[in-house]
Design a protein around this ligand. Structure first.
Ligand code: UDP
Length: 316
């Protein structure tokens, strides 16, 4: 197959490039490098089946030659990023998805939308099942991300129903691993880097909010299966092992062997406002339709992530 991955120099996108190249496919990574980094794909430079195109997907996308699949990963998924770049966040979800779908249609390619657990907002149904429509504040600070992804899902289904594009939608729950940005502001890089530097771990609020963390290799395996399986509508991919952020902070301290303390802070912005109180995927659909579930234990995934950040921070 010849595959285009938008956001291919990003955290998840670059792991997908690796996976498809390892399977013998041809991969084009497209990225405007606003939050992605060439460091994530530097090891692929010169690979005969790999190409990188620097391009902003909110502008018309031109790719020469045939394409069998378009995986649309380009996005600004960190609350700190969508606080700093709210309009770009809306544009990449709306215009970027429109251009990517138009390209897939023109090439007769299969299309995958990387959607998010944020479509459920601050959920009133727990754990979140695909049939739940969510509880999103459209004018809240997080709305720029949540609504752009909800629009992207609508657009994807419209192209499927009206233009008969073969589509897939993955709702990605919190995913972590090597190649996250140390400063992207999300809880995993924050806590791991703070622990490695011996700084206090910054728990927002009282630490009772819950999340569940999926290691990136598990997620990538699920996405590849989803691409190869005919599934109607969105599929949740994530690890259903739910824990409070306070317990997660303790886990990071244990795994890294850090002497850091835990501190409670109260930022008054998108990091905490409309911050979902709970989040956990119902993965029944993924298990039944894809035969997939997350298998990498949190301790193991955190060890690999800590090894990565130790190198990145020059602490190895
Ligand atoms: N969080 C925290 N300290 C940090 C970063 C995040 O307590 O330094 C909390 C945040 O308020 C949220 C959870 O961790 O409840 C996950 O945040 P993240 O930014 O990773 O992603 P989200 O799941 O909110 O999209």
């Amino acid at each position: 197959m010849r595959i285009l991955i938008t956001g291919g120099a990003g955290f998840i996108g670059s792991h997908l490039c690796d996976r498809y190249l390892a399977e013998g496919h041809e991969v084009i990574a497209m990225d405007n490098l606003s939050t992605g980094s060439v460091d994530n794909i530097a090891h692929l430079a010169g690979h005969e089946r790999f190409e990188f195109i620097k391009h902003d997907v909110t502008k018309y996308i031109y790719v020469a030659g045939p394409l069998d699949a378009v995986l649309h990963l380009a996005s600004l998924p960190s609350p700190v990023d969508y606080l700093n770049y709210p309009i770009q966040t809306l544009k990449v979800g709306a215009l970027g998805t429109h251009n990517s779908l138009g390209l897939a249609m023109a090439k007769g390619a299969k299309f995958l939308l990387a959607s998010t657990s944020e479509v459920y907002g601050d959920p009133l149904v727990h754990p979140q099942v695909e049939t739940y429509w969510g509880n999103v504040n459209p004018i809240g600070l997080r709305g720029v991300y949540d609504e752009s992804k909800r629009f992207a899902e609508s657009l994807t289904m419209a192209y499927h129903r009206y233009h008969h594009v073969e589509t897939r939608i993955v709702r990605i729950f919190n995913t972590y691993g090597p190649r996250m940005r140390s400063n992207d502001g999300r809880v995993v890089p924050n806590f791991v880097c703070q622990a490695l530097r011996g700084e206090p771990l910054t728990v927002y609020g009282d630490g009772s909010r819950t999340r569940s963390f999926c290691y990136v290799d598990d997620l990538v395996a699920g996405i590849v299966r989803l691409m190869n399986t005919e599934v109607e509508g969105p599929v949740n991919l994530g690890n259903p092992q739910e824990m409070s952020i306070f317990n997660f902070a303790q886990k990071v301290i244990d795994v890294t062997g850090s002497s850091s303390e835990i501190t409670f802070v109260h930022p008054e912005d998108a990091r905490t406002r409309d911050d979902p109180k709970v989040r956990c995927p119902d993965t029944t659909k993924a298990r039944k339709t894809l035969g997939w579930e997350a298998i990498v234990p949190l301790e193991e995934g955190l060890r690999r992530t800590a090894d990565y950040f130790r190198q990145k921070l020059g602490l190895a």
